[in-house]
Design a protein around this ligand. Structure first.
Ligand code: ADP
Length: 297
């Protein structure tokens, strides 16, 4: 029902007392290796909620690639569309200091080798999907080919992260465009306006049929260009431990519920609860909730 086209990374995390200056070496904690990347996060989050989900991505022929494939399969994700080889698996090198601040270097690796031809090779999968969810950790031309290759009744959900200028053809296909505050400001530039409601209207004017702006602990704003409605969905109050992956869990839940036939507002109301559940535990994929955990909120 849901096809995620996107990135798969290994997140390599080391705790440090302080970051090394140029030319300096510091000692850190034991290395922790976590499966990540926005595409793999979304497909795993959706599968954990019970969605029939396939991932279209590229990993390297290496241990990180095998870790990603294994965790996706264990969660029930269809990995037939995960291509192997061409470059090492994408990696995020992350240092975390005692205050919890991250410094991150990303090597896109195989994610950068996911080509438009790779997307065309999965044409039947895309054409049959109710919803296709994409992000920007893959080449822009691959995203554009995904937009063109989707079926006539396939809904496109785009989270433009990390933010980059988007072609009109892509913007016009989004239903919805899902952005956080940072991504909204990036896309709108100087004239963004002060309030999220202004951003929603300004983003709709760029062409998407609907816009969802996630607002962290404040929940999300949903603007539907068809009805002109603007709704603020509040997030349940939770004890936030780690917000990593919250946006991915939110978008996955939204895309899945839209594919099941929910209206935009109802799908987003479920997604804010999934996002809230995801901040209650450490990590990204490790923190994604089961339906029972969402219902408990
Ligand atoms: P991103 O992770 O992309 O920056 P947000 O921080 O806006 O996105 O979070 C996405 C969603 O996760 C929010 O819409 C909300 O549902 C949930 N969320 C995030 N932070 C919190 C929080 N502190 N308390 C409750 N829910 C949260």
């Amino acid at each position: 029902d849901l096809v995620v086209v996107g990135s798969a990374n290994a997140d390599l995390v080391i705790g440090v007392e302080r970051r090394p200056a140029p030319g300096e070496t510091v000692l850190g904690s034991d290395l922790a290796v976590h499966p990540g990347g926005k595409g793999a996060n979304q497909s795993l989050a959706a599968a954990r909620l019970g969605a029939r989900t396939a991932l279209l991505a590229r990993v390297g022929d290496d241990g990180h690639g095998r870790l990603l494939l294994e965790t996706q399969r264990a969660a029930g994700v269809d990995t037939d569309g995960v291509l192997v080889g061409g470059a090492p698996t994408g990696v995020a090198l992350i240092t975390v200091d005692p205050s919890g601040d991250n410094s991150i270097v990303v090597s896109p690796g195989a994610n950068g080798r996911l080509t438009p031809e790779d997307v065309r090779a999965s044409a039947p999968l895309l054409a049959a999907a109710r919803v296709v969810s994409v992000q920007l950790e893959i080449p822009l031309e691959t995203l554009a080919e995904t937009v063109r290759g989707r079926g006539p009744d396939t809904r496109l959900v785009l989270n433009p992260s990390p933010p980059a200028p988007l072609p009109d053809e892509v913007l016009a296909a989004c239903d919805p465009l899902v952005v956080n505050e940072h991504e909204a400001r990036f896309l709108l530039g100087e004239g963004a306006g002060a309030a999220p409601a202004d951003w929603a209207h300004a983003l709709l004017a760029r062409g998407p049929r609907s816009v969802v702006i996630t607002l962290g602990a404040e929940g999300a704003l949903v603007a539907d260009g068809r009805t002109g409605s603007l709704d603020h969905l509040v997030s349940p109050k939770v004890h936030a431990v780690d917000t990593t992956g919250a946006g991915d869990a939110f978008t996955a839940a939204l895309a899945w519920r839209l594919g099941r036939g929910d209206g935009l507002r109802a799908a987003a109301a479920y997604a804010v609860r999934v996002g809230a559940a995801a901040v209650m535990a450490r990590g990204a994929q490790e923190s994604f909730p089961t339906p029972a955990e969402v219902d408990a909120l």
